[in-house]
Design a protein around this ligand. Structure first.
Ligand SMILES: N[C@@H](CCC(=O)N[C@@H](CS)C(=O)NCC(=O)O)C(=O)O
Length: 206
């Protein structure tokens, strides 16, 4: 049994931690807690994450939840100097982009995805999806500007900042977000998605 357990089926936000674990070459066990079965709300799992959400990790007895915190923790622990920058300023930029992803884009990408791809057709709200995409125009412009200057969000090397934001934007395709006005962001997203670890994590979703 591996020292690291990652809770959550790969088609959940656990995908983010699984992608990171693959980038870092970590030995882990993926505990298949499924959000669709209500398992996340049962006492055994609530003892791990009282919020009833996946992902969570158990790293040799240290329990942590919230996908971005998990990835920042694992990247700092195992990827210092590679996926996790050594300077305080670049470390802070990884926090900045991770928090940005969660607060500026995640909700609207999800709204568009649910209303264009996930809900049964008769339950979809096209206007809500369009409004969400409209709200995304400004932050996607910010992202486009950031990756116009450098290859990646924190300079020219791929870091946990890219992984965290790109994993949120992995929903942009089913959400049918038009990246036409954001060509640099589209290229950056493609660069991230084509990484072998990203492909390997997507394979787990099949
Ligand atoms: N902010 C949390 C959100 C986690 C979350 O909402 N996960 C969903 C699956 S992707 C979940 O567990 N849903 C089931 C539930 O809430 O019971 C994170 O990023 O880790």
């Amino acid at each position: 049994m591996a020292a690291l357990k990652i809770y959550g089926v790969p088609r959940s936000r656990a995908f983010r931690a699984l992608w990171l674990a693959k980038e870092l070459g970590l030995d882990y066990d993926n505990v298949m807690v499924d959000f669709a079965t209500g398992e996340t709300r049962q006492p055994p799992y609530l003892a791990i994450n009282p919020n009833g959400h996946v992902p969570a990790i158990d790293d040799n007895g240290f329990i942590l939840w919230e996908s971005m915190a998990i990835n920042l923790y694992l990247a700092k622990k195992h990827g210092s100097g590679t996926l996790y920058p050594k300077s305080l300023e670049n470390e802070a930029r990884c926090w900045q982009w991770s928090l940005w992803g969660m607060t500026e884009i995640e909700r609207n990408v999800l709204t568009a995805m649910f209303n264009r791809a996930i809900y049964p057709e008769d339950k979809r709200d096209a206007a809500a999806a369009d409004a969400a995409e409209k709200e995304l125009q400004h932050p996607l412009g910010v992202l486009d500007g950031a990756v116009s200057k450098n290859q990646y969000l924190v300079g020219d090397d791929f870091t946990v900042a890219d992984l965290n934001v790109a994993s949120i934007l992995s929903w942009a395709r089913p959400a049918r977000i038009d990246f036409g006005p954001f060509p640099k962001a589209a290229d950056w997203l493609q660069r991230c998605a084509l990484r072998p670890a990203a492909r390997a994590a997507r394979e787990l979703q099949r």
